[in-house]
Design a protein around this ligand. Structure first.
Ligand code: OOG
Ligand code: MG
Length: 269
């Protein structure tokens, strides 16, 4: 039987809203294709927009080897960010509304001009209005945080929240800035912006290309999350997360005491 894309979008949307994990789509429907997966992603975003959310940018996934190795997936993917996913710098989140959230260190760009289709490095650089250190909260809606490529794409590439630090004027080399992700004051992951396709600017070029394949342009004001430089870390109640990025500064996130995620904590990252 082939997959009903509306039904799959409902299932993933319900999983996200109720913080209850669901089974992998690819396991049930072997012919579920990558094109089907992006079609489900579009439906998921349409449901969010119908509820009043606004698309504010794009997240890139699997732009680093560290992430590909952690998740066993080896292709670039992307998803869409909405205003409801934004969390203030040093904001507090309640992880009871997620299934099994993880956090990862990223670089964010804010665009000042439109980027459509295939662009070169110069065009990409010229479109960047500001750059900032960022944390992404990913929360797979699949049980045990396990998925195949098409599953994660259908699930809006695990996107569920993002925190952006201070925006600053672009300029300077971004190809090898140290990044330290600390949990409760202890360094948990160390990496470099160079882990992100060699330079996060390349992730912006790829974002423009992939979005164009789906008929979208990257719009002025949009935020592009370039993808994590290191493996992700599981969030736990009461945790304080800080990313310090060389030259870009810091960004913080706090997890409220109280409920663990809907799938319970205790799964390894
Ligand atoms: C998929 C999303 C990957 C990144 O930064 O590489 C991603 C996942 O790991 O669940 O956001
Ligand atoms: Mg990410």
């Amino acid at each position: 039987m082939s997959a009903d894309l509306d039904q799959i979008a409902d299932r993933l949307d319900n999983a996200a809203q109720s913080a209850r994990a669901t089974g992998q789509i690819s396991a049930e429907f072997p012919d579920f294709s990558l094109a089907d997966a992006y079609a489900v992603q579009r439906r998921l975003i349409a449901r969010r927009v119908a509820r009043g959310e606004r698309v504010v940018g794009i997240k890139m996934g699997f732009t680093s080897r560290a992430k590909m190795a952690q998740m066993g997936v080896s292709d670039l993917i992307w998803g869409q960010l909405t205003d409801a996913m934004a969390i203030a710098d040093d904001g507090v989140i309640d992880i009871g509304r997620f299934v099994h959230p993880r956090v990862e260190p990223e670089v964010a760009f804010r665009l000042k001009t439109r980027l459509a289709g295939r662009v070169d490095a110069g065009e990409a650089m010229a479109a960047i209005g500001a750059v900032a250190p960022a944390l992404e909260i990913i929360d797979s809606r699949y049980r045990d945080f396990r998925f195949a490529l098409n599953d994660v794409v259908a699930d809006n590439s695990s996107s569920s929240g993002f925190v952006v630090g201070n925006w600053q004027a672009p300029g300077g080399d971004l190809s090898n800035l140290g990044m330290v992700l600390s949990l409760d004051g202890r360094a948990a992951q160390c990496g470099s912006t160079g882990a992100i396709l060699g330079d996060p600017t390349r992730s912006l070029i790829e974002a423009a290309r992939l979005a164009a394949d789906a008929g979208l342009a990257l719009e002025p004001g949009w935020i592009i999350l370039c993808g994590a430089a290191t493996p992700a870390e599981a969030l736990r109640p009461g945790m304080h997360v800080r990313l310090e990025a060389e030259r870009l500064g810091r960004v913080d996130l706090r997890v409220a005491l109280g409920d663990a995620g809907g799938d319970g904590v205790g799964e390894g990252a």
